[in-house]
Ligand binder design. Structure first.
Ligand SMILES: O=C(O)c1cc(=O)[nH]c(=O)n1[C@@H]1O[C@H](COP(=O)(O)O)[C@@H](O)[C@H]1O
Length: 274
């Protein structure tokens, strides 16, 4: 099953556009797990089990594992998701970007070592830095386009004077992902929920690619505006929330609280569909 097939199946089965982001910070863990990097797997697995019937995808952020020497726990978590939530695709948030020969290794890491269904990438180094990921049949690759952080505009908001129509850099990325770079239909784009006008613009330029949209919840993005700007019946959007879900409670009830927060967010996103 390809990433896109899995995404469509999860969306239908769970009636959801919500992606739960797995950004484990031991300092924020509840009760007995607090400050224990050895509990990263246990904490995340409990969040996964509590929310697996409410999401379109899971998105582990690799830095939160690597910072604690917890790559083995990430491997175990990936296995856990394949076993306990086989219907939910996993996007490994790694934001890689490097020359082709190194990108080949990063692609092996994401798709073979961790078994991810999709990965996040920086397009800054150009097509040859993206191409190695596209050789992995059926896997997805999300290019950073208009990111959720305020500094995203520093470069993504620059006009490209030598390209017809003088588009912003993020608009050019959207066009490349919809067109010449999308060799096998594996590309998607990352656009922040904090900038709904830009989501609308990206959707107009890239009408069929999946959009990964982080920034609702802790970053304050508007769920309703996000769905109105990006949702199309025939093109998926994946709306990520990490901290607002996984740290919904700092008590022993954290998994139940995550489930309730995920359900409320899922329902708000569904209700916003036109
Ligand atoms: O690629 C991403 O996932 C990403 C892109 C972006 O523009 N903004 C953004 O916040 N993210 C990631 O999405 C998650 C957002 O987390 P919360 O702000 O806690 O919901 C983090 O893992 C970020 O690294």
């Amino acid at each position: 099953m390809t990433f896109l097939d899995k995404l469509a199946a999860a969306q239908q089965k769970n009636g959801s556009l919500l992606c739960v982001g797995l950004d484990p910070e031991p300092a924020r863990f509840p009760g007995g797990y607090k400050d224990d990097a050895g509990s990263i797997y246990d904490f995340c697995a409990r969040i996964v089990d509590a929310t697996a019937d409410l999401v379109i995808a899971f998105k582990p952020q690799i830095a939160y594992f690597a910072a604690h020497r917890a790559e083995a726990q990430l491997e175990k978590l990936m296995e856990h998701m394949r076993r306990n939530a086989p219907h939910v695709p996993v996007i490994l948030d790694a934001k890689r970007g490097d020359i082709g020969s190194t990108a080949e290794q990063y692609a092996i890491e994401a798709f073979e070592r961790y078994g991810a269904d999709a990965v996040t990438l920086s397009p800054f180094m150009g097509f040859d830095s993206v191409a190695p990921y596209l050789k992995h049949e059926g896997k997805g690759a999300f290019l950073l386009c208009r990111t959720s952080n305020p500094g995203g505009a520093d470069l993504q908001g620059q006009r490209l004077a030598d390209i017809e129509g003088q588009p912003f850099l993020y608009e050019h990325v959207a066009k490349l992902a919809q067109g010449p770079w999308n060799l096998n239909g594996q590309l998607g784009l990352v656009v922040g929920a904090t900038y709904p006008a830009e989501i609308e613009r990206v959707r107009a330029l890239a009408p069929t690619v999946p959009l990964l949209i982080p920034g609702v919840g802790a970053q304050g993005g508007d769920a309703v505006a996000t769905v109105r700007a990006g949702w199309r019946a025939d093109a998926p959007i994946i709306v990520n929330s990490s901290r607002a879900i996984i740290y919904a409670s700092s008590g022993e009830d954290f998994a139940d609280a995550a489930k309730n927060a995920a359900r409320a967010t899922r329902d708000a996103l569904e209700a916003a569909k036109p």
